[in-house]
Structures are given as C-alpha cells and as structure tokens.
Design a protein around this ligand. Structure first.
Ligand code: SF4
Ligand code: SF4
Length: 297
C-alpha cells in the first residue's frame, strides 16, 4: 500500500514532481523492498493535464504538477512582511483568520491579513471556526446571533466573516460531518457577504469573547507529540474552558477527570517543548498552572 494510486512509489514518468528525490527512496534502498522507483527528471514546470495515466476513477494528475506555492503561515506580521518582500514569487498565503482572533496579539489575524493584502497576495484561510470553538461560542454570543437570525448557525457567522474579506480565495472550513457540510453549502452556494448590521453584530461578539480569559487553544495537537510526560494539553484546556468560558463547572470537572492520571496539568515538568511546537504561541506552561489551580490536581 502506498499513498499514491500507483502500486509503488510514483516515478517521475508517472507524475510531475521533484523527480530527483522520489518518495521514501532512502527507506526503500535500505530495506531493499522497492527498488523500481528511481530518481528521474525534475521538470521545474507544469505539464499538460493528461500527460500521465489517470487513476482508477479516470482522474488525471492527482499527484504533483503544482504551479502555485503557498506558505502555511503561523508567525507574526513583521516576519510575514519581510518574507513577502524577499519572496514576491509566493502566489498566496495561508493564514489563521477568525473573528475572535482578529485583534489577538498572538494570532495576529488582522495584522497578518493586512500585510498579505499590502503585498497584493490572495489568502487561503485556516481555522475560520477556531478549531470548532466558534461553532459553539459562549451563550452570550449565541444569543446575539440567534436574535438577529435564528436559523443561522454560529459556524456560519464565523465562516461568512472571513469569506467577506477582500482577497480570500479559499476558506478551509474544517467541518467534520455531513450536516456541517450541508450547513456550509447553504450559505456558501450563493454567498452573501456580511452586511453592515451583521458586521456590527460580529464586533459585539468580539467584545464579548475578549472578556473571559478563555484559553485560545485550537486543539490542533501539535504540542502533544514531543511532550515527555504525554500531558493531554488540549483536553486539559478544553476542560478548563468549559469552566472559564461557559461556567459549566460540573462538566468541566467530569471532562478533567476523564484524563488519565499522570497526564494532567500537575504532571507537567515545565520543559516547554510544547510551547515551541504551538502555532498559536500559547504560554502553555502558564495555562497548565492555571488549570492546576482550577482543578486542584
Ligand atoms: S512543558 Fe509540560 S506539557 Fe509542555 S512538553 Fe514539557 S512536560 Fe509536556
Ligand atoms: S499546539 Fe497549541 S493550539 Fe495546538 S493543541 Fe497544543 S496548545 Fe492547543
């Protein structure tokens, strides 16, 4: 089994990519398992769509042949400005943008957006629903949305907010069920940008979200792999947020209790490996101390 539609690793004769270095060539060489794929041509340009054989469903070019390149960008606006100045050849950038983090100094949604637009770049948006948090915002925000449009989901407000910005070419909505996808389609098919009244409501929601000191973790899990104590960081933060943001003390305690002993907030040894991995630049160790105080364990 390979990640490709061919039975073995794709060769440059089957796809257009950096052919000097086929997938897993070193592993294959040392294991002597697959010696059929060898380094080949690196064309450095795109080719006609039907240059290679299609896959079993008749689809061409499912691998390789990329003509645009993009940065998946997580740092701040100064560095982005420098990078885009030094690399004007970048076609578009992928940024974390959502209405809750619009003015957040760590995520810098707005600042990064403005830098990208200053350089004339289009933008693909990741985390528009903030790792699912804006699909279930605090009660005060839900009430605000429902009073204006009872049938519109909280996620739709979040996605329409980013899709209404100039220069957005794609919104990676990150939905995980058919129902959520149908909800997406209901307002993205004949997309209407947020009107003035709706923009005002978003600003009110931003104010509300700015007040509780919720931990802005998106549950991406980038921090957990390298943790020597296997601290369940996103689960701990989710439990704490139930208490901080939604004042659901019982549910928060239950959620925290479901985390295995030995992997809770108090078990952290403060090595800060997790903080280096966190794309949101969260002070994870400080938050874990806060969680220890909340849950007393
Ligand atoms: S600081 Fe704590 S949570 Fe972070 S990697 Fe180290 S032990 Fe794990
Ligand atoms: S890397 Fe940061 S945002 Fe992602 S789960 Fe860990 S703490 Fe949360």
């Amino acid at each position: 089994m390979t990640p490709f539609n061919t039975e073995t690793s794709i060769s440059p004769e089957e796809s257009n990519y950096y052919g000097h270095y086929p997938y897993e060539i070193e592993d294959n060489y040392f294991s002597q398992e697959n010696l059929s794929t060898k380094p080949g041509e690196y064309r450095q340009t795109t080719v006609a769509v039907d240059s290679f054989s299609p896959n079993a469903w008749g689809l061409y070019n499912m691998h390789g042949n990329v003509s645009e390149w993009v940065w998946d960008y997580y740092a701040g606006p100064q560095l982005l400005d420098r990078l885009l100045t030094e690399h004007p050849e970048v076609d578009f950038v992928q940024l974390q943008i959502n209405y809750a983090d619009w003015n957040d100094p760590n995520v810098s949604s707005r600042a990064n957006y403005e830098v990208a637009r200053k350089h004339g770049k289009s933008i693909t948006v990741m985390e528009p629903v903030k790792g699912g948090k804006l699909a279930n915002p605090p009660a005060a925000v839900k009430k605000l949305f429902q009073e204006y449009a009872p049938d519109m989901s909280p996620a739709s407000w979040a996605i329409r907010f980013v899709a209404s910005l100039d220069g957005i070419i794609t919104v990676l909505s990150g939905m995980s069920s058919v129902e959520q996808m149908e909800d997406n389609l209901s307002y993205m098919k004949n997309f209407q940008p947020l009107n003035e009244e709706e923009q005002k409501i978003i600003r009110q929601a931003q104010k509300i979200l700015g007040s509780p000191a919720e931990i802005p973790c998106t549950a991406c899990h980038y921090c957990t792999d390298g943790c020597p104590k296997q601290i369940q960081i996103p689960d701990i933060f989710a439990a704490a947020n139930l208490q901080i943001g939604n004042r659901q003390a019982t549910q928060a305690k239950e959620r925290y209790a479901s985390i295995s002993e030995g992997h809770r907030a108090t078990d952290c040894i403060g090595c800060k490996q997790c903080e280096r991995a966190c794309p949101q630049h969260l002070k994870i160790t400080d938050y874990l101390k806060q969680c220890s105080e909340i849950f007393g364990a």
